[in-house]
Ligand binder design. Structure first.
Ligand SMILES: Nc1nc2c(c(=O)[nH]1)N[C@H]1C(S)=C(S)[C@@H](COP(=O)(O)O)O[C@H]1N2
Ligand SMILES: [Mo]
Length: 223
């Protein structure tokens, strides 16, 4: 099944929510114009702190049983992977703490993640010399893109747990990616394929008015 054919994806996506987020992007709302390149503050410009972790997605929260779950890592790599959940859990495990910054202006500090570090994945798959970008594909049809050098940052993690407990379905469980340096739309919930590519491929929100990078410190909110 190709990404476009996920059952009912196009039919079920929340057109209204998408239209409203596209409008927000087009209007440039939330831009303060005060970049904080040196990270002088812990909170990036235009953000406010929350305690509870909000849920944001396209409105489809796929239910994937652990026996059906797969993670493919493929594309421009020497050694592609097709992992079952047990295979994934048997990989070397990492633990990171990072802050979340969502483009809708909430931030949440000190999230504890357990999972497999992106650098562990890189060691296993060995990207080819022509690999420049990493594209995440999810069970709900969502996609998002980052540069390979961003995937290589030491705090990027393919996470199965948050605060010591398995990720709930609404937050992207069984497994999601966490790219802490970028706005949170770059962190794919329900990930099932990590594609290494020799060219950039803008993802779902990147094609709908959101920035291709997503640096919260320089407010790379919209394109
Ligand atoms: N698969 C998938 N991943 C996704 C999304 C989505 O709709 N589908 N939404 C993104 C957006 S816009 C945000 S802000 C975060 C929200 O994650 P949360 O619901 O765990 O807070 O997930 C990101 N990853
Ligand atoms: Mo978002």
């Amino acid at each position: 099944m190709s990404d476009g054919d996920k059952p009912g994806f196009i039919g079920k996506i929340k057109d209204k929510l998408i239209a409203s987020k596209e409008k927000t992007a087009a209007s440039g709302r939330h831009i303060t114009g005060r970049a904080d390149r040196d990270h002088a503050n812990r909170l990036p410009p235009g953000q406010h702190l929350v305690e509870k972790w909000p849920v944001l997605d396209l409105g489809i929260q796929p239910e994937i049983s652990l026996t059906d779950w797969r993670l493919k890592v493929d594309g421009a790599v020497e050694n592609p992977l097709d992992l079952s959940f047990d295979d994934f859990m048997a990989l070397p495990q990492s633990h990171y703490i990072s802050d979340i910054h969502c483009v809708t202006t909430w931030s949440r500090y000190d999230n504890h993640w357990d999972g497999v570090a992106s650098q562990t994945i890189l060691d296993l798959v060995r990207p080819r010399a022509d690999a420049t970008h990493v594209i995440f594909h999810s069970y709900d049809g969502y996609t998002t893109n980052i540069k390979l050098e961003v995937f290589n940052e030491p705090d990027v993690i393919i996470a199965h747990s948050w605060e010591g407990k398995r990720l709930t379905r609404e937050h992207g469980g069984p497994v999601r990616t966490i790219v802490p340096q970028w706005y949170f739309w770059k962190s794919a919930k329900w990930v099932n394929r990590i594609e290494f590519a020799n060219a950039d491929k803008p993802g779902f929100w990147e094609e709908r008015g959101y920035h291709n990078e997503a640096d919260p410190w320089t407010e790379q909110r919209y394109s």
